[in-house]
Write a protein that binds this ligand. Sequence first.
Ligand code: ADP
Length: 378
Amino acid sequence: MSKARKEQCGKHAGEWGAKKMVLAESIFRIQSGKDFFAHPMVIRSSQPSTARIVSPKEDTKHPSDNPALRPRSFDEYVGQSDVVGRLRVATESARIRQTPLEHVLFYGPPWLGKTTLANILSHEMGAHLRQTSWPACQKPSDLISILTGLKDGDMLFIDEMHRLPPALEEICYSAMEDRTIDIMIGSGTGATSVTMNIAPFTLIGATTRLSLLSGPLRDRFGNILKLDLYDEEELARIARRSMSLLGYDGLPNEAVSLIARRGRGTPRIVNRYAKILRDYATVGRDIASPEAISSVFMEIGVDNEWLDQIDRTLLQALSVTFAGRAVWVGTLAAYLGEEAETLEDVIEPYLLKKGYMERTPAWRRITRAGESIIRTLG
Ligand code: ADP
């Protein structure tokens, strides 16, 4: 095989898969006489492995996110003051001791800033951050290749840690505690286990489901930190900062708090509304007064009670369709056409915080406050 074709294989497969790709390319070319890389299946299945390791999240989770709005340092980060306080001490201590930061686990509802904090930690420690999450990291070999590729002091961010299969959790145990991993070579009676050292590193885990992480995995984190929904004053500061970064300084406080109140306790939603308002302003709409902002919100279906369409459907279902009775979570999720996990992690936290509904692990029921909101909305 020519040097150029070897390089092409390397480009398509990334470092780890290059040898396998060379072999596949040879077999395909010999058998069919056609160009392997022109085959449509090859294009679809040959993402470079570095892209999978580094950042599945950037590609899939939040395509509309504007990285410029993401705070880059503790000073820029608004809210979560207990968490930030703990992390400031931990990073300062690690810097003084010249050791990697203890492993950190963030948990709490989505969109509250776990990824943002992981980025800030790497910035504060001057460390290189690598990112992965399920489904990019499903097999032991996926995780082993990431861990063995880490350099001294690197940070590894694993999002949605509760989705890691048990075999991968087990790899994390020794990697986190002893900085070693055991690799099986061969199979059957001839299999032997080889222990490999890995570079000192910090694992930053994030999960919306702390209870689904095994005890031994949780115990290996030196810092376990809970992120809570933001209050309105914090969201107003985030809204003002985002509008200013998007080029709209000087909005009256009342207008900013209208955005904050509709944020459902999460900065991501505040940022989403900030960008929508920017779009309306760009095409000539007035967004300088609370009335003007309210009218944009009505146009996009966000009402004065700061509920969106899915909230209203859920409350109406509990109140009218299920006539105020307790409903099994699976039934409610099926009625709404959502995953039970999305219901629990994304939709319900705000409605619970407002006291519009109550829940046990299995059941959901509307409260009096929820009934009265439904009546107000008509
Ligand atoms: P998670 O990983 O918990 O789902 P992210 O870290 O992706 O949440 O945060 C969601 C978005 O909210 C980010 O794009 C960021 O711009 C914004 N954000 C998060 N936390 C803050 C904060 N404290 N101040 C300002 N913006 C924030």
